[in-house]
Design a protein around this ligand. Structure first.
Ligand code: OFO
Length: 169
């Protein structure tokens, strides 16, 4: 594999672990506000991000490439309100989508089709994650300042259950 692609995949491992860390921080924020359904939703999101990190690890290992675990940046922990957290979630997903697109473009330039094929799953996954993050914002906007509505949305988010990624390496 080309060194450029290896370096980008290595950085992506760190970004996925950071995503997990950021979502744990979101979950903590909601837990402290008595919104344990939102907290549940982000705890599961954090699990998924860890799975993503490990898929990148496995891909590098399967290709006999070495990998280095870099330090994980400290995530934000204070926000003005719930909506700000939801918007930070969407902004983060867009950042990750952009990062994966850049790896894809680099791999494609280098005719590294094994990597582009691996990344296909992530391209689709990021589309779904942006949709989910967007829907949460739209639902929270509909609710506005209604405590009742927020409580009901929290109940709904409490139902989310963890599912292992459909991609197996
Ligand atoms: Fe890793 O899926 Fe979103 O960020």
């Amino acid at each position: 594999m080309d060194k450029k692609v290896i370096a980008l995949l290595n950085q992506q491992v760190n970004k996925e672990f950071f995503s997990a860390y950021l979502y744990l921080s979101f979950a903590n924020y909601f837990e402290n506000r008595g919104l344990s359904g939102f907290a549940n939703w982000y705890l599961i999101q954090a699990q998924e991000e860890r799975d993503h990190a490990m898929l990148f690890v496995k891909f590098l290992q399967n290709n006999d490439e070495s990998l280095i675990y870099e330090a994980i940046e400290k995530p934000a922990s204070t926000w003005e309100n719930e909506m700000e957290v939801l918007k930070a979630g969407l902004a983060h997903e867009k950042f990750i989508t952009d990062s994966i697109n850049k790896i894809y473009a680099t791999a494609l330039d280098l005719k590294d089709f094994r990597t582009t094929q691996f990344l296909d799953w992530f391209i689709k996954e990021q589309g779904e994650e942006e949709t989910n993050a967007n829907e949460l914002i739209q639902q929270a906007e509909l609710i506005g300042k209604s405590g009742n509505g927020l409580y009901m949305l929290d109940q709904k988010l409490a139902l989310r259950v963890y599912a292992a990624p459909s991609l197996v390496l």
